[in-house]
Design a protein around this ligand. Structure first.
Ligand SMILES: CC(C)(COP(=O)(O)OP(=O)(O)OC[C@H]1O[C@@H](n2cnc3c(N)ncnc32)[C@H](O)[C@@H]1OP(=O)(O)O)[C@@H](O)C(=O)NCCC(=O)NCCS
Length: 194
């Protein structure tokens, strides 16, 4: 994810200036940009005028914990909206830290909470509400008037019927077709998803 987000930020270099990566990394040479250090340098960076951060962490609970910790220092998490994502109509509300990948398509009246990943090829049709810390993986399609709870992971290429409620802390396996509401804390997969 760090490499993907770096690519997105490179495409947006007229908006964001990339300073470097922070965190534990066993193979810094794998990173496409400089590793500035571990989390303990965050306060010093903030004092030196670096005020924006972006989380490149796939695990949803770790992402939440880091978001709260880094925000307490004072960092701001701008939403990162790739210029090749598409908005149609009105009523789009995207909260802090959320990343829209290229080729994501948002129709009218879409609300997306904090620190979500809306990956490439995802389609959110009208009146969709997504909570905080949600991963919507590539080519997933969400039908109209659907709600997705916080801390939920939706696997690659999932289709979710219209007017569905997906609870919090749910995992949906890749390629699933969701035809019914999904309870909190559940794992469902398959066609139809069970
Ligand atoms: C659903 C998921 C989380 C389950 O992972 P897991 O607990 O490691 O499960 P396993 O791979 O051990 O598979 C367990 C069983 O479920 C089946 N299964 C796994 N994922 C499935 C899916 N998406 N749909 C239908 N069946 C699935 C496996 O075939 C296996 O069946 P078996 O016991 O008959 O052999 C995982 O398969 C998945 O879909 N992850 C999402 C991947 C993804 O989208 N990544 C994003 C990358 S950008």
């Amino acid at each position: 994810m760090a490499r993907e987000l770096y690519g997105i930020l490179q495409d947006m270099s007229d908006t964001f200036e990339f300073c470097g990566f922070i965190g534990n990394c066993n193979e810094p040479s794998f990173l496409p940009g400089p590793l500035l250090g571990q989390d303990d340098i965050l306060e010093e960076l903030f004092k030196n005028g670096i005020g924006h951060a972006c989380l490149a962490v796939g695990d949803l609970s770790i992402r939440k914990e880091l978001f709260l910790r880094v925000k307490r220092i004072g960092f701001v998490f701008p939403p990162i909206i790739h210029p090749k994502s598409t908005f149609v109509g009105k009523g789009h509300y995207i909260e802090e830290g959320t990343v829209l990948y290229p080729q994501s398509l948002l129709m009218n009246d879409i609300t997306i909470g904090k620190c979500c990943i809306i990956n490439s090829g995802c389609i959110l049709t009208h009146d969709v509400e997504i909570g905080d810390f949600v991963n919507l993986n590539p080519r997933s399609v969400v039908g109209g008037c659907t709600k997705i709870g916080s801390n939920t992971f939706i696997g690659l290429g999932t289709s979710i019927r219209d007017s569905i409620k997906i609870g919090t802390s749910v995992t949906i396996g890749m390629g699933s077709v969701v035809t019914k509401d999904v309870k909190n804390d559940s794992l469902v997969m398959g066609v139809p998803a069970n």
